[in-house]
Design a protein around this ligand. Structure first.
Ligand code: NDP
Length: 316
């Protein structure tokens, strides 16, 4: 049988092209999307054959919807051989926080808490799979890491001591560190949590399950709709800036190939790894395992993130 991968957010960008690249490698893709018509149109637009994917609704900004996705996945009797956590929102111009139905700040809920719950629930499905090389991959980004060139632009991510999580993460609280709402920082904080989640999954479950847990920065995919909530002028100039000034630009097609490789190719079977192709893209650039940011490699942070997120998503 074909191996099956579940991917969140395949209606555009990196997730769409990763789905395309995995189908090309012979995988069946379960597309977890919040707008199923849009996802089907997107799949068709890049030539993914309709018998190579299954659409299941998920809104990562709602924990109840995440639980329903898992129920629907199981009801179809599918085997889960790999899980790719890709969906994200980035709302740089937002001045006041948006809220999930639970009352949590929406960027961190969508990018981190929704995926944290999904990973914990679907770990059971991965364990049940008889596939020889099961993997769970979570998208990271260079902006999670202020030690890297691409991560130096303020605001920097800062989880503090998770004061906001500890206080329940509901109004008036909107940031993980309990400080004033800053939408760009919320995105970066959520990506630090994505890396911490991957590392803690690895520490807790790799040796007992043999599942590979990993994360990656596929390069600056400046033309995805991730930047659609930015100023129009930014959307125009950002790809040019990345192409001709920083050299960080990567096409959606190449980013999709890189993500698919980390999900499926034998040379990426290394658990706990964070893969990168560097900031400056040259032709045929090789990947390497990159050190993650100081906050993302702090084991105490990982445990605190895990315990507090576990409570917030209702697992404790
Ligand atoms: P896009 O905006 O193109 O894609 C995001 C996807 O997530 C879309 O399918 C979107 O669906 C989906 N999504 C958003 N919110 C939800 C939700 N609440 N429930 C379900 N699905 C949702 O962005 P990218 O492809 O650029 O980003 C994908 C990943 O890559 C992210 O994790 C991002 O952090 C990471 N990344 C991106 C980089 C870049 O330069 N672009 C660089 C490094 C990492 P919809 O179409 O309905 O909005």
């Amino acid at each position: 049988r074909k191996p099956t991968v579940a991917i969140t957010g395949t209606s555009s960008g990196v997730g769409l092209y990763a789905a395309k690249a995995l189908v090309k490698r012979g995988w069946h893709v379960v597309m977890g999307c919040r707008d199923l018509d849009k996802a089907a149109r997107a799949a068709q637009s890049v030539g993914i054959p309709s018998d190579s994917y299954t659409l299941i609704h998920i809104d990562l900004g709602s924990l109840q919807s995440v639980r329903r996705f898992v129920e629907n996945f199981r009801a179809r009797g599918l085997s889960l051989d790999a899980l790719l956590c890709n969906a994200a929102i980035y709302m740089p111009l937002l001045k006041e926080p948006l809220r999930s139905p639970e009352g949590y700040e929406l960027t961190v809920t969508t990018n981190h808490l929704g995926h944290f719950l999904l990973c914990n629930l679907m770990l059971e499905d991965l364990k049940r799979s008889s596939y020889r090389d099961r993997r769970l991959v979570i998208l990271g980004t260079v902006t999670h890491n202020p030690d890297e060139l691409g991560g130096k632009i303020p605001p920097r991510p800062d989880l503090g001591n998770f004061e906001g999580f500890a206080a329940g993460f509901k109004d008036p609280i909107s940031m993980i560190d309990g400080k004033k709402f800053e939408s760009v920082k919320a995105y970066k904080d959520s990506k630090v949590c994505n890396v911490l989640t991957m590392r803690e999954l690895h520490r807790r479950f790799h040796s007992s399950t043999d599942i590979t847990f990993s994360s990656l920065y596929p390069g600056c995919v400046a033309e995805t709709p991730l930047f659609r909530n930015h100023y129009p002028l930014f959307q125009k100039l950002f790809p040019l800036f990345q192409k001709y000034i920083t050299g960080g630009y990567v096409s959606q097609e190449l980013a999709g190939e890189r993500v698919a490789a980390v999900v499926a190719d034998p040379e990426y079977r290394q658990s706990g790894a964070y893969w990168s192709w560097g900031n400056r893209q040259k032709k045929n650039r090789k990947s390497f395992v990159q050190q993650v940011s100081p906050q993302a490699r702090d084991d105490e942070n990982a445990v605190r993130m895990w315990e507090l997120s576990y409570k917030l998503v209702g697992l404790a």
